[in-house]
Design a binder for this molecule. Structure first.
Ligand SMILES: Nc1ncnc2c1ncn2[C@@H]1O[C@H](COP(=O)(O)OP(=O)(O)OP(=O)(O)O)[C@@H](O)[C@H]1O
Length: 234
């Protein structure tokens, strides 16, 4: 079973960019307790972003997720989340995502600048870093954890602003359930199987026709051989 062990947060929401804040997760349970505005929701948001690449619903495309440069008295702030977890196969992996928020002349610019997966070579003990495109990293982590992105997003790290999705309108509810139970994947698999079945049936029909033709040629060849043999006897 996959477990999250530790998370480092820097420069996200109220977590300032100058200090590293490390949260260690305990087994079997970790309680996150603190006054309003202490950063409890931010911890869950960071866990969700690390695992799925999904920003929180109120993040204004990342602009209000990174520590505000105005609060830091800078023109640019850098944010980083490092998540150490055990994969479903029991391997230690560190996922590192880095971001940047820059005050431009008229607007703020948000950028995801780096996505790295760090593993440890079991033979040499050396750290191995692999850089990923964000989209590839978003697929890789759920696969390593052995949990689908939909379950991480809607069940395990459901954001408090979206936690009442089971009470939403029927079409949203259906979509969420389809994602959670991978129904779309099965519908697609069924479509592929049906197409494969149709193609195979068409191929069988063609081979049957070819076989009939070859049988006719074979019969004709036998007949001719027999008539030649009879002519020779005479
Ligand atoms: N972009 C930002 N830059 C700096 N600080 C921010 C930014 N966005 C939010 N904050 C601050 O971060 C904190 C957010 O805390 P969070 O919502 O995680 O707290 P919480 O412990 O979950 O609170 P509650 O118990 O009220 O839900 C707030 O104090 C907010 O003012």
């Amino acid at each position: 079973m996959s477990t999250v062990d530790k998370m480092l947060i820097k420069g996200i929401r109220s977590f300032d960019p100058e200090n590293k804040h490390v949260i260690t997760f305990f087994k079997p349970l970790t309680l996150i307790v603190g006054p309003n505005g202490a950063g409890k929701t931010t911890i869950i948001e960071c866990l969700k972003l690390s695992c799925t690449g999904e920003l929180p619903p109120n993040a204004r495309s990342g602009h209000s997720f990174i520590h505000d440069p105005k609060v830091a008295g800078e023109t640019e702030t850098k944010g980083q989340i490092k998540l150490r977890f055990k994969t479903a196969a029991g391997k230690d992996v560190v996922c590192i995502r880095s971001f940047q928020l820059t005050q431009k002349a008229s607007k703020m610019e948000y950028k995801a600048i780096e996505s790295v997966l760090q593993t440890i070579n079991p033979h040499t003990g050396e750290k191995v870093c692999l850089s990923y495109r964000c989209a590839d990293m978003d697929r890789e982590i759920p696969a390593l954890m052995g949990v689908s992105k939909a379950i991480l997003e809607n069940v395990i790290f459901a954001h408090q602003d979206e936690a009442n999705w089971p009470l939403q309108d029927p079409s949203t509810l259906k979509k969420k359930f389809d994602d959670i139970f991978s129904a779309t994947r099965y519908t697609k698999a069924l479509e592929v199987i049906k197409k494969l079945h149709k193609d195979q049936a068409h191929e069988i029909k063609t081979y049957k026709l070819k076989l009939e033709n070859l049988q006719t040629l074979k019969d004709a060849a036998y007949e001719r051989r027999e008539s030649i043999a009879q002519r020779k006897k005479k």
